[in-house]
Design a protein around this ligand. Sequence first.
Ligand code: GLC
Length: 467
Amino acid sequence: MAMYGQPDLREVIFALEGDGMASQKLRDFLESINGKFDFTTEDMRRMVQSFHLEMGNGLSGRKSSLKMLPAFVDRATGKEKGHFVALDLGGTNFRVIQVELDGRGHARVNHTGKFVIPNAVMRGTGTQLFNFIAQSIEKFILRYEIELEKKSKLGFTFSFPIDQKNIVSGILINWTKGFTATGVIGANVVKLLEEAIRKYGLENIQVAALANDTVGALAAKSYEDPDCDVGIIFGTGTNACYREKTANILKLKNPVSGHMIVNTEWGNYSKIKSNEYDDKLDRATNNPGRQRMEKMISGMYLGEVARLVLSDMIRSKFIFAGCKARFSKGNFKTRHMALVESDKSKDLIKIEGYLEGLGILDTTHEDRALLKGVCRTISRRAARISAAAISSVVTWMDPKLRAKHTVAIDGTLYEKYPNFRRTIVAALRELHGDAAKRTKLTQVKDGSGIGVAVVAAVASRGKSRSV
Ligand code: GLC
């Protein structure tokens, strides 16, 4: 069935049959790929049930693939105010941002500094990583001639699983997304940051909050929209947080009444059936067995899943048979999939141009249609798993979806990948019919920067500092 104007493999098979071109072998192969990446309505429903079990286990401190980490902060009120420096570590770039909150729900980013994290730093020692961070802050301050007042407040977005006991400290549980810097797991990352910034003579800076990027997204959106109760990232990695009643977080030692944001770390959800390509990809990562859902959804991995399928097809001469083609590991990125899927031309000329750029010349229309179909099949599964995960979190809070929920979403995959959002919205309707309308998916720009400033402001008011 053609989905939302984009061909998936079944449509390609149909077209090939019409032309009388496809061999039985190719048809069988495509059918099997379609089956392996199918994520049916029934699969989505089953996933929601199992996700709820995992959420409950995680909240109670029982064994679960969902860590359900309390963030020691509630959402914003819109009244938070002040100037903040925000740090954002978690993807390929490290960013330093200066943010101003006006106390009336408006945030302004005054300056942004972007620093590419060298591979050697990502995978070196913790000291190197935190020195790089401090050095970048220093550069930022010098570049924009920022006058640091005594006790300038800093919010630190650290987009990895951290075990927190309060808003100003957190212990790294494990790295994700290819980071492996040594000596950080098990350590308090705020302490490591403070030591490094002291070395660089930045004593005036005071760390006021540590938060995950999903928490930043939720905080940033809730600053202007009181219905916001979920924050999601679809980017290099994927994750979500939501607003929970503290009474439900059974693993908290001294719960007080009220609400708190909980970081699910859903990238690690492990109950989705995987296929041979997922397993092959997983084995080749530096965290095998972990982040299994993230590896089916997020930007760091989707391109590689597609490449593994394409490599099989090239080997069997199902695609690019008349041309010299090889995709080696890491060469086909998610942004290339996005480009392929964005080609709406009849002759698929954008794809042709892209392939020529790689030295793959003389492709046929069938080659290009197959390539697009493979990408679509894989990205479609990613979006449908994402929809089931969103549904799980929202129905956990509100089983019949009676209330309005604003879901704040940040990340390049969501922002840029053709049809990703539409496929999620359609799948949510498939699950919930008209009730899905009350759950509004909104993009939040710069959640990690503005959001952690909001978190720092909430914390500075003395709310939810520790429980
Ligand atoms: C990974 C991290 C998680 C983060 C997500 C998005 O899943 O473990 O903490 O929120 O990536 O950046």
